[in-house]
Design a protein around this ligand. Structure first.
Ligand code: PMP
Length: 419
């Protein structure tokens, strides 16, 4: 937030300034969809840790289970050892998520973060195909370590590596060029051995690009990508780190497309209460690592397993998902009304489920709206290559009152900055 007169946390403290966001306050407490700072000021959270707090802050049942476990001297750290929380998570994930969807995946723990699951997916695709290259899409974001950054299509972020990032090709995402069939373009490159586009090990995509500007791929486009992968014997990796865990209304963001990726990356909200955790789902035939070929110290966070198992209760019936869809419809309708009511925004509604945004043409205006909203008690962030999209990711457990209150702060902020 650049337009505020107040100092950001990084300016107040001697923290390294490598992160794009800085909020001019010190936060103290949080519950559900609300946070409070040290002055007791209340904020509504439309950011949710960039999709990490789908179940809200400090869910009571998750908190109780974790406290009980610690008080009973449960094992906190266990590398890859079998533990009760790990066993329970694996069993419940299979029962509640995979089986009802007829999905057959091996579950691996790649490390605690989103970038760890993407790295593991890229590695396994390269190992099983023996190929080097990976195709990703314009405006993709997959992480900040060398491998995941190499499939991230943002030149500013890539510049942060300080070295050339090899073996990846960026292709146009769905609707990147309006009314152009990006699949035909991709197909042509693959067919033409002289094109310079080598047959890749994998194609990696987000069904809704989060950091890249809330670009939602159409279901038909996703189906075509899957068909193309099958035709060319390429692994399809869906990075559901931000769009998964119910963010778009279904547990996996790709469910409405009826596709079955070869590898699925999940992190962020998988840890339930905001604890670091990631999983990589791998089709059984690609489970080809020998012991020790891919390991890491923090792969067995038992507190995260406990919260993650508790979070799965939300998916035992259709109720949770239906409620998310209903709230999503309300959010989308309100966003569209705001765009109509304030034509000076020249806004465009984007997104799917509770992953929505308003793209705003005028440079810097989206950031100004977010900074104004913050002063008024709403945490909302920008995304997109030029920070031109105001992005809404409220916790999925937010109620109607919270959504209405947040959206009315947004409207006040639009009025203030466009007056
Ligand atoms: N993939 C996607 C789609 C993401 O949105 C993110 C984080 N914003 C990542 C990967 C990387 O996750 P992490 O920051 O935990 O490494």
């Amino acid at each position: 937030i650049q337009d505020t007169k107040m100092k950001t946390f990084e300016e107040m403290e001697s923290a390294v300034r490598s992160y794009s966001r800085g909020w001019p306050t010190i936060f103290d407490k949080a519950k559900g969809y609300k946070l409070w700072d040290t002055d007791g000021k209340e904020y509504i959270d439309f950011f949710a840790g960039a999709g990490t707090l789908n179940y809200g802050h400090n869910d009571q049942a998750m908190q109780d289970k974790i406290i009980e476990y610690i008080q009973n001297d449960g094992i906190i750290h266990s590398l890859d050892m079998g533990t009760t929380p790990r066993k329970n998570f694996l069993e419940r994930f299979n029962e509640v998520i995979l089986k009802p969807r007829n999905l057959d995946y091996k579950i691996m723990f790649p490390g605690p973060t989103g970038t760890n699951t993407v790295e593991s997916a890229l590695k396994i695709a390269r190992k099983v195909t023996g190929r080097d290259s990976v195709i990703s899409f314009t405006n993709a974001f997959h992480g900040m370590t060398i491998g995941s950054l190499s499939v991230t299509a943002n030149s500013f972020k890539r510049h942060g590596a300080g070295v050339p990032l090899h073996h990846t090709v960026s292709m146009p995402f769905d609707d990147y060029v309006e009314d152009q069939d990006s699949i035909a373009y991709l197909e042509r490159f693959l067919e033409d051995s002289g094109s310079g586009v080598a047959l890749p090990a994998a194609i990696i995509l987000e069904t809704v690009q989060g950091e890249g500007g809330i670009n939602a791929a159409r279901m038909n486009w996703l189906k075509k990508v899957e068909a193309l992968c099958k035709r060319w014997d390429i692994l399809l990796i869906v990075d559901d780190v931000q769009a998964g865990n119910g963010r778009t209304g279904t547990y996996f963001s790709f469910e409405p497309a009826g596709i079955e990726p070869d590898v699925v990356c999940l992190s962020k909200s998988i840890g339930g209460i905001g604890l670091p955790m990631a999983i990589t789902l791998i089709k059984p035939e690609y489970d080809q690592w020998g012991p020790g070929e891919h390991n890491g110290t923090f792969r067995g966070n038992n507190l995260a397993f406990i919260a993650a198992t508790e979070a799965l209760k939300n998916w035992e019936s259709a109720e949770f998902s239906e409620a998310v869809q209903e709230k999503a419809n309300f959010l989308r309708e309100t966003v569209e009304k705001l765009i109509e009511k304030y034509p000076q925004l020249k806004g465009e509604a984007r997104g799917r489920g509770l992953m929505q945004g308003i793209a705003i043409e005028e440079e810097g205006l989206a950031g100004k709206i977010c900074a104004e909203a913050f002063q008024r008690g709403l945490i909302v962030e920008t995304s997109g290559p030029n920070d031109e999209v105001v992005k809404f990711l409220p916790p999925l457990v937010i109620d109607r009152e919270g959504l209405e209150k947040g959206l009315s702060i947004l409207e006040e902020s639009i009025i203030q900055v466009t007056a």
